[in-house]
Design a protein around this ligand. Structure first.
Ligand code: ADP
Ligand code: MG
Length: 257
């Protein structure tokens, strides 16, 4: 049975007079991959930042599994099950891959401060549940072989997958991915598609922003299209692909190269 994980109602965000998002409403269900597409500057990143709590919204409601979250700080939204990645790789180069993912796990360890994740308790194997989760995350993101490498030494594609692993480490109900395929080559995009489908198979909802249309059409169950901050379409990939307003505003200009 599906449930609505995220409901956005009448969301507006202005930056000193610039209406970045205008009256945006949509829902995402559990085990659903929703794409958010549109031209540059159409408000995609602003939507993700508003959902994640990077800045306050101007008006509107954001409901995560029944709880209004628009007034909550970022960290509380993570605890309630909303995780995100950034448009650019956002990692600590001096950490190992394993340590970086452990930072994501921290969100679900309310009784256990960060020091215990890295400290003696962790090394003595008292956090077996974390170890098991860590192994699973390393495996589905293809990072097992580089688990003990420094983040600064792995490839940029691996750093992108690491951001997804870190987001998943907080055991989210929904994960927001802002342009996860940026800079990836063809076989890495295939790995990303498989990863997004694996996330969905675990019952986690995904909201993905991407310009790469072949990837979007492959992974998404539904797509919302923004133009000048407003929603101009909401439908299946087949519906979106043949929607004249979408072709006119956006699809006519993008390629899958
Ligand atoms: P997209 O991700 O679709 O390319 P953005 O959400 O980044 O678009 O931007 C939407 C609009 O909001 C643009 O006009 C952009 O200039 C503006 N904008 C985004 N972030 C800020 C900010 N922090 N301050 C001022 N204007 C912003
Ligand atoms: Mg953006």
């Amino acid at each position: 049975m599906t449930e609505v994980v995220l409901r956005v109602e009448g969301l507006c965000k202005s930056f000193s007079g610039v209406h970045a998002i205008r009256d945006l409403s949509f829902e995402v269900e559990s085990s659903e991959v929703m794409g958010l597409i549109g031209p540059n500057g159409s408000g995609k990143s602003t939507t993700v930042n508003s959902l994640a709590g990077t800045f306050p919204v101007t008006s509107g409601e954001i409901v995560l599994t029944g709880t209004s979250i628009q007034h909550l700080p970022e960290c509380e939204r993570v605890e309630l099950g909303l995780a995100r990645t950034f448009q650019t790789a956002n990692v600590f180069p001096e950490f190992t891959v394993r340590q970086q993912i452990a930072l994501g796990c921290e969100a679900t360890l309310k009784s256990s401060p960060l020091s215990s994740v890295f400290g003696a308790e962790y090394r003595q194997g008292e956090s077996e549940a974390i170890e098991a989760r860590m192994h699973d995350l390393l495996e589905i993101t293809g990072l097992l072989d580089v688990a003990d490498d420094l983040v600064g030494t792995i490839s940029s594609a691996q750093q992108r997958f690491l951001m997804v692993a870190t987001a998943l480490a907080s055991e989210p109900k929904i994960v927001l991915l802002d342009e996860p395929a940026a800079g990836l080559v063809s076989h890495e995009r295939k790995t990303l598609s498989d990863l997004i489908k694996a996330i969905r198979a675990r019952g986690i909802a995904v909201l993905v922003i991407e310009h790469h249309m072949a990837l979007i059409m492959d992974v998404c169950d539904r797509i919302v299209v923004l133009n000048f901050g407003s929603k101009i379409a909401d439908g299946t990939p087949a519906e979106i692909r043949s929607n004249p307003a979408v072709i006119d505003a956006y699809l006519g200009e993008v390629s899958d190269a």
